[in-house]
Design a protein around this ligand. Structure first.
Ligand SMILES: N[C@@H](CCC(=O)N[C@@H](CS)C(=O)NCC(=O)O)C(=O)O
Length: 204
């Protein structure tokens, strides 16, 4: 099985963390989708990573599709509960993590593709609000959970949340989210020491 991605993408990291947590071996193939000679569209017509090439040759893209299919194909060390309601709760939290990453990426690209004078502040504010609302939602869940995670046990929700929180550290350090969301600070410390997160820290 081959995972195509970059060392900085929060979406790629989500799949790397998931596969490490599940102890599934995979080949990691680096691809810079921003280079003109990228061949990524051979795998994903949308030109995005992650893409997962299964041993039989089938290609999956979009990290949420990949994460769900990995749980289905490799049910040992599950990161999703079997109860349908509990499962939907975890997947909704996973998408919240995804959305925080989406908002941070949208801000990054707004700044990357515009001269400073043409950056839309209204757009940046809108995306920043999504980040804050997502963080508040996570904080609410962590604060109401007697264990250490967003739900009863470590799951895809925590994988996505960790990838989003650490992506904010990496790309938006000035946001300083730990000050405003102290319960998430402790939560992130618990996630950061997991070998799966340690092994996948983003590198510029
Ligand atoms: N919803 C997608 C988002 C993937 C995504 O946006 N990946 C970025 C890397 S961080 C990318 O490849 N961007 C290239 C582009 O937008 O053209 C997922 O969850 O996999």
């Amino acid at each position: 099985m081959k995972l195509i991605g970059s060392l900085t993408s929060p979406y790629v990291r989500k799949i790397r963390v998931q596969l490490l947590e599940k102890e599934i071996p995979f080949e990691f193939v680096l691809e810079d989708v921003w280079q003109p000679d990228t061949t990524i569209t051979q795998f994903n017509p949308l030109g995005k990573v992650p893409c997962l090439v299964l041993d039989g040759g089938q290609v999956l893209f979009d990290s949420t599709v990949i994460s769900g299919q990995m749980e289905y194909l490799m049910p040992t060390i599950p990161l999703l509960p079997s109860n349908p309601n509990a499962r939907a709760r975890v997947r909704t939290l996973e998408v919240c993590g995804q959305g925080i990453s989406d908002a941070a990426v949208a801000i990054l690209l707004e700044n990357r593709f515009h001269e400073p004078a043409h950056v839309s502040q209204a757009w940046v504010v809108r995306q920043t609000q999504k980040i804050h609302h997502g963080l508040a939602y996570f904080q609410h869940h962590v604060a109401n959970m007697p264990g250490n995670f967003l739900t009863e046990q470590f799951s895809l929700a925590d994988v996505a949340a960790g990838c989003a929180l650490f992506y904010l550290d990496f790309r938006m350090p000035d946001l300083d989210w730990r000050k405003e969301y102290p319960a998430l600070k402790d939560y992130a410390e618990r996630l950061a020491v997991r070998p799966s997160f340690e092994a996948t820290r983003p590198q510029a």
